[in-house]
Write a protein that binds this ligand. Structure first.
Ligand code: PLP
Length: 446
């Protein structure tokens, strides 16, 4: 059954939106001109607009509705918590049961020594907190000069003032803040690697570049390297085999913390709870997670840190002055606990390890189309890159609006996909059935 809200007509909602609502990460001019789809209902892997049109949710809300829509158990857990204690601060010596239980659960699920959890409200907050924690650590051990963060071109780590700095220059148009904190390395993007670098030589190129950067900045000035296991909003970039291990080894060699931004990749999207460890075999010092932690039913993030960092920042002395009113929000943590219970009970990671490759294969079939330069990604984190010329990989002119037009045409046929320049991104709920995967493939081909 679809849950719908037809109380306000689509027209009325759109008029109110147009007059008053500032959309996140959007061309406000285009919003005004073109109008919006008013989303109103959901069910399983589908969403519905206020006019009653039904769509496959090809983007999982925004890389986040991992267990799908209409999960009564999560809704009930939230409502129960709201009745008992909708909110209370966790500052100083206050806590609540869902937050402590979820922290314990995450410590159990996260790799090795990642046993301490800082809660926030979203991915930007998770990464912002990771950097604040690392800086605090170095201040506490008497190395306040160790502040620089290594990030990468095409990275997406958020949109607060600090995390837009961590985010690669691709998303920094119109922003000129504290970029001197961050050094940007090349994206591990084989399809669009620098001219003159061979595919076989690309990994060595990336590792050499990273080591050169560390030596140039001075290892004692570098606090951390931040990396998504598979880069998401920067174009679903899967690094060459061995990249994670070698970048991790460089971090260890120079005493640099490794922050894994698993905001998209954790909680099943790649077939594992935490992709950095379970899929790529590295044990980061910090994992930043959000999105799939609550499948979008409540805003929630968790920055999970190692015993080593916690031991230092919990010593008597300077307090860690960082936190938010809604850190440890009881209803959000209750949603997170129930969501993880479902992921475990329904063996969603195992399921994704089976259905994810079918999704990949279905999308790769589109590579026979002239328009498609590359299909890339892993499991339920995929993207299609359109080109003007397959051989030269030349792009279509920006005015062609290829990603947007593909998205519009898919929407007409019952599928929401995300346009991003020449890319179309797919990150659907993880509960897609095989027949549904085939239907999505057919719509994309049309
Ligand atoms: N990190 C990654 C990898 C993301 O993809 C995103 C958002 O898409 C963020 C961080 C920021 O998360 P939020 O938008 O919840 O602040």
């Amino acid at each position: 059954t679809l849950t719908t809200n037809f109380e306000k007509s689509a027209q009325e909602a759109w008029e109110q939106d147009r007059a008053h609502l500032i959309h996140p990460f959007s061309s406000l001019a285009a919003n005004k001109e073109e109008g919006c789809t008013v989303m109103a209902g959901s069910d399983g892997v589908h969403v519905m607009d206020a006019e009653g049109n039904r769509f496959y949710d090809g983007i999982g809300g925004l890389w986040c509705v991992n267990v799908g829509y209409g999960r009564e158990e999560i809704i009930e857990a939230i409502v129960k918590q709201l009745r008992e204690l909708p909110f209370y601060s966790a500052f100083n010596n206050l806590t609540n049961k869902p937050a402590s239980a979820l922290a314990a659960k995450l410590a159990e699920l996260a790799p090795g020594k990642l046993n301490h959890v800082f809660f926030g409200t979203g991915g930007s907050v998770a990464n912002d907190s990771a950097v604040r924690l690392v800086h605090h650590y170095f201040n506490r051990i008497g190395k306040p000069y160790r502040k620089k963060i290594l990030s990468r071109q095409n990275a997406y780590h958020g949109s607060t003032h600090l995390t837009i700095a961590l985010t690669g220059p691709v998303y920094q148009a119109g922003w000129d803040g504290a970029t001197d904190l961050v050094h940007y390395l090349s994206a591990p993007h084989s399809y669009r690697r620098p001219a003159g670098v061979s595919e076989e030589g690309f990994l060595d190129f990336l590792i050499q570049e990273m080591e050169d950067a560390i030596l140039k900045l001075g290892p004692d000035n570098v606090a951390a390297f931040i990396a998504e296991p598979i880069m998401g909003a920067g174009g679903v970039i899967v690094p060459p085999e061995g990249y994670h291990k070698r970048t991790f080894d460089l971090c260890r060699k120079y005493g640099i913390f490794y922050i894994s931004d698993e905001v998209v990749t954790a909680f099943g999207r790649l077939g594992h709870m935490f992709a950095s460890f379970d899929k790529f075999g590295i044990e980061p010092d910090i994992i930043a997670s959000a999105k799939g932690i609550s499948s979008g039913y409540q805003p929630l993030s968790a920055t999970i840190i190692s015993d080593e960092i916690f031991e230092v920042i919990s010593r008597p002395g300077a307090a860690f002055f960082h936190g938010f009113t809604y850190s440890c929000h009881p209803a959000a943590c209750a949603a997170g606990l129930k969501n993880i219970e479902i992921i475990e009970r329904e063996k969603i990671c195992e399921r994704v390890r089976k259905t994810g490759p079918i999704f990949e294969k279905t999308l790769h079939k589109l590579e026979d189309l002239d328009l498609v330069g590359e299909v890339r990604g892993s499991h339920f984190m995929m993207c299609i890159e359109s080109v003007a010329d397959k051989k030269t990989k030349a792009l279509l002119p920006a005015e062609a609006n290829v990603g947007k037009r593909i998205a519009q045409n898919c929407q007409k046929r019952g599928l929401i996909v995300r346009p991003l320049g020449q890319l179309n991104i797919l990150s659907p709920p993880l509960t897609l059935e095989v027949a549904q995967i085939e239907e999505i493939g057919a719509i994309l081909r049309q």
